[in-house]
Design a protein around this ligand. Structure first.
Ligand code: NAD
Length: 295
């Protein structure tokens, strides 16, 4: 194992310049994190206002750091300068790695991945931040699937240490090594997993949500479950609050992927709390009402 690890570290391509496609919640966070940790990054979107929002979110985080005395105005300017907003691919051409973080739609992602592969150099690595779409499926859109893998960050990117790096059927060792090295440089903790429904985190999380949903269906009270998990069990938040943070729409979509992958274990019942909340448009924090109210 040791010699294999050494070999794969050796085969990592140096990443001195990156690009992220999509300047939304995740793309903006990835750009901020990369630039803060010393890798300049091009942030490309199709929407000018998304780029402006991505940059202003980065500026907000940096301002908070300056106010707390953890950074200086000079460092803040340096980090902001290291994020290049772009509406076309010209600035993406020379980068060593591209992280795709556009909307969670297989057709859009496949189109964007095929587009960017035509632009970058032969050595560039391409990764997708998809939460649920099969890496093998997305790899079909590429001419060189060996240069492609998943790179799944968690929200908020600047706070969450874990990054799942997902190896597809054709992903090469050097692609994995390059993405592992880039994630580490970003100050994250990478774990490498094989492609499967739910990757690692959702395979752990959704059985937990299924346990929670089962307790609710049996008459338990969600706020009590949260209280026990938070106060007595010591987790940062309980399952109901976590679902409100994730969003019932995102949760519903991931639950469907899990049910398709593991129908015997993960098919939700008709009393499933997540399904019922989704059907009532109680999406969680994003629309002000989920298990809890936020208005
Ligand atoms: P979002 O809707 O906030 O942002 C998506 C961005 O992609 C938008 O700014 C949109 O303009 C842009 N976009 C759409 N088509 C594009 C194209 N052709 N080229 C460039 N940009 C394009 O979405 P998000 O929440 O940031 O999610 C992005 C990805 O990250 C999804 O795959 C999602 O599953 C994944 N993800 C999300 C979370 C989360 O908690 N939000 C967590 C982990 C992973």
């Amino acid at each position: 194992v040791k010699s294999k690890a050494k070999k794969s570290i050796k085969s990592a391509h140096p990443v001195s310049h990156a690009a992220v496609l999509g300047a939304g919640i995740m793309g903006g966070g990835i750009a901020y994190q990369s630039a803060s940790k010393g890798t300049p990054i091009v942030m490309k979107d199709i929407n000018e206002s998304a780029l402006a929002l991505g940059l202003s979110e980065a500026a907000k985080l940096l301002t908070a750091q300056v106010e707390r005395g953890r950074s200086s105005p000079q460092k803040m300017a340096q980090v902001l300068n290291a994020i290049t907003p772009a509406l076309d691919y010209s600035a993406v051409k020379p980068v060593d790695i591209v992280v795709e973080a556009v909307v969670e739609n297989p057709k859009v992602k496949s189109m964007v991945l095929a587009e960017v592969e035509q632009v970058v150099t032969d050595n560039a690595v391409i990764a997708s931040n998809t939460s649920t779409i099969s890496i093998n499926l997305l790899a079909n859109s590429l001419k060189k699937p060996e240069r492609f893998c998943g790179m799944h960050f968690f929200n908020p990117v600047h706070k969450m240490p874990l990054v799942e790096i997902i190896r597809g059927r054709d992903t090469s060792d050097s692609t994995i090594a390059t993405v592992v090295a880039y994630a580490s440089k970003m100050g994250k903790t990478p774990i490498v997993v094989n492609d499967c429904p739910g990757f690692f985190v959702n395979r752990v999380l959704f059985p937990y949500f299924a346990g929670f949903n089962g307790l609710i269906a049996d008459g338990a009270d969600f706020a009590t479950i949260d209280k026990v998990m938070e106060k007595q069990f010591g987790w940062p938040m309980g399952p109901a609050y976590l679902l409100d943070v994730v969003g019932m729409d995102t949760g519903h979509h991931a639950q469907a992927v899990m049910a398709q992958g593991f129908p015997e274990r993960m098919t939700p019942s008709e009393h499933d709390a997540l399904q019922l909340m989704f059907a009532q448009n109680r999406l969680g924090q994003k629309n002000g009402q989920g298990f809890y109210r936020y208005t």
